[in-house]
Write a protein that binds this ligand. Structure first.
Ligand SMILES: C[S@@+](CC[C@H](N)C(=O)[O-])C[C@H]1O[C@@H](n2cnc3c(N)ncnc32)[C@H](O)[C@@H]1O
Length: 272
């Protein structure tokens, strides 16, 4: 098994509301329109604690069965134990879980899928893992909705001359090697888009952004700490400059005068 990169359930809970606001409802409606009638099975890849299911289930017809895939058994267990969402008609969905590395996802795993979904996943996968995911979707022949892949673009307000340097270091960190794995980072969404086109599928994309500000100071602060921390882990030579940058941004955070747009992209792919 590859070395698991732990994602904390507290972080997933903190971001859930902003994720829900940011994801493209237009693409979700489009996906819903491509489902056949009768019971549907949705496979959510890299499900974490089930945030995508809680957002999407009420937007889709039912009856629904959700199959949550993640390599972190603790997270999927939490998802299975949490309150069960309802479908468009108010019926509780059925939830199943599978623990495993997505690199090994095969066509058998998605055999019964009506829809495949993922959220905040593609940028933390490797090229080989994305190839396995896209191939499994193509074999399954059902629509795939992949929400919230970061593009690497961040716009802070007020601007600071050091923003671009920190952004570049952060994006380098997102593409780092972890054990044997080289993460795609901000190229994950575009790479997936290309693979579906090469497979002869239709792809529709939507720009989706987190809008962080004083309305949710804890999320803004934790996102900023993680962003700057990863950048400085990647570029130790920037630590001196980073300390001054952190002090200036901390003061803006305390005064409620900092905001950030973190650009993401959502993709819907379906066979021609
Ligand atoms: C950023 S989290 C997003 C979780 C969830 N989709 C959400 O939107 O809250 C990425 C998730 O993908 C899982 N993950 C990352 N790489 C994986 C892999 N190679 N195989 C299986 N799961 C993976 C992580 O454990 C984590 O739960």
């Amino acid at each position: 098994m590859s070395e698991i990169i732990e994602v904390s359930s507290d972080w997933l809970a903190l971001r859930e509301q902003e994720d829900a606001r940011a994801r493209s409802r237009r693409l979700a409606r489009d996906a819903a329109g491509r489902l056949g009638s009768g019971p549907i099975v949705i496979h959510d890849l890299g499900s974490g604690t089930g945030s995508m299911m809680r957002w999407l289930a009420p937007l889709l017809p039912g009856p629904q069965t959700w199959v949550l895939h993640d390599w972190n058994a603790d997270l999927v267990e939490r998802a299975a134990e949490s309150a069960v969402p309802v479908d468009q008609e108010g019926r509780a969905v059925t939830v199943r879980t599978r623990t495993g590395q997505l690199a090994r996802l095969g066509s058998d795993d998605l055999e019964d899928a009506s829809l495949v979904t993922a959220s905040a996943l593609l940028d933390v996968l490797t090229a080989e893992e994305v190839r396995a995911v896209v191939q499994a979707c193509v074999d399954a022949g059902c629509p795939a909705l992949f929400s919230l892949s970061v593009t690497g673009e961040v716009r802070l307000d007020p601007r600071d001359s050091r923003d671009d340097l920190i952004q570049a270091a952060f994006n380098e960190h997102q593409r780092r090697r972890v054990g044997e794995r080289r993460l795609l980072g901000p190229s994950g969404g575009a790479f997936t888009h290309r693979l579906f086109l090469e497979a002869g599928w239709n792809v529709r994309a939507a720009a989706t952004s987190w809008r962080l500000g004083d309305h949710d100071p804890r999320l803004l602060e934790q996102w900023f700490d993680g962003w700057l921390g990863a950048a400085l882990e990647q570029r130790a030579d920037l630590r001196g400059e980073g300390a001054g940058y952190r002090a200036s941004r901390s003061s803006q955070l305390q005064h409620g005068s900092l905001s950030a747009v973190v650009v993401h992209t959502d993709l819907l792919a379906w066979p021609r």
